[in-house]
Design a binder for this molecule. Structure first.
Ligand code: IPE
Ligand code: IPE
Ligand code: MG
Length: 260
């Protein structure tokens, strides 16, 4: 992926939400939003449904949130779809998740392309099943020249695995003499992560009432603002995203400095 360019955002975005008007000043919006799409299983359990039904319902939330982010002019959305630890689940559930991914890409990539979304998988993609890899490659190729929202889909993703992979890549460069150990800086490490030249997430949303990072974007989230909600991912809709954005806008980010 080429170098990241900040989008120029000048508009005010106003949306009618029930009787309220929500105005989000777009120059204060996060450029990069990360989401841990969690709570599908519990959402289904609560309704006496199989976990698979929760995952299927979760795809609907993803569709809505991607659309909302594209409309708002968000530059990057990174969604956690499958972690390096999720292989521990019963094979049947892993199969459901992989099939849903394939189905999502088959059904949605044309529409995502129309919305100018660029699909960018991050994680150890080579270990995914062949059919999922095939659909991913197709979706990536279809959307590769799009200049709108960058949709990072974290698949077989682990923050630690990412740091291991980056370390290996950097070690190779040292061995080949491309760089010296003294030249390894924070920028070099960041550039060798799956997220490459993309900006760090400004806002990380975790639904489902869990307060942990679960091996997500460990390096990139150093100064990310966190937003939690008890709502399960299948019930997470535009209104929840807007709540998170309104809270985010009111926060003061200091990055270790002092109040301006
Ligand atoms: C998130 O929902 C989906 C994945 C991890 C793939 P979960 O399946 O983790 O749902 P809960 O947390 O068990 O409710
Ligand atoms: C994180 O959720 C991974 C994804 C949402 C893809 P998990 O459900 O796997 O996380 P833990 O096990 O509750 O920490
Ligand atoms: Mg979970």
């Amino acid at each position: 992926m080429g170098p990241f360019r900040w989008p120029t955002v000048t508009n005010f975005i106003t949306r009618k939400k029930k009787e309220n008007f929500l105005t989000l000043e777009s120059n204060k919006l996060p450029r990069h939003i990360a989401i841990i799409m969690d709570g599908n299983g519990r959402w289904a359990q609560k309704r006496g449904l199989p976990r698979a039904a929760g995952h299927r319902a979760g795809v609907e939330s993803l569709r809505e949130i991607v659309e909302a982010c594209a409309e708002l002019g968000i530059a990057v959305l990174t969604v956690y779809a499958f972690s390096t630890e999720n292989w521990k689940r019963p094979q049947e559930e892993v199969d459901v998740l992989m099939n849903l991914l394939t189905e999502y890409l088959q059904k949605e990539s044309t529409e995502l392309h129309r919305k100018n979304v660029r699909i960018n998988p991050i994680g150890r993609i080579a270990s995914l099943p062949e059919t999922a890899r095939h659909e991913l490659a197709r979706a990536v190729n279809l959307t590769k020249d799009n200049k709108g929202l960058i949709l990072n889909i974290a698949l077989n993703y682990g923050g630690r695995a990412e740091l291991v992979d980056a370390t290996r890549a950097i070690a190779q460069k040292v061995i080949s003499g491309e760089i010296s150990p003294q030249e390894i800086t924070e920028e070099v490490i960041a550039a060798n992560l799956y997220t490459g030249s993309l900006p760090d997430p400004d806002l990380l949303i975790r639904p489902s009432g869990e307060f942990r990072i679960s091996n997500y974007l460990l390096w990139q989230s150093a100064y990310t603002e966190f937003w939690f909600t008890d709502v399960f991912w299948p019930e997470f809709k535009r209104e929840h995203l807007y709540q998170a954005l309104q809270d985010y806008i009111c926060r003061e980010r200091r990055f270790g400095g002092i109040k301006k």
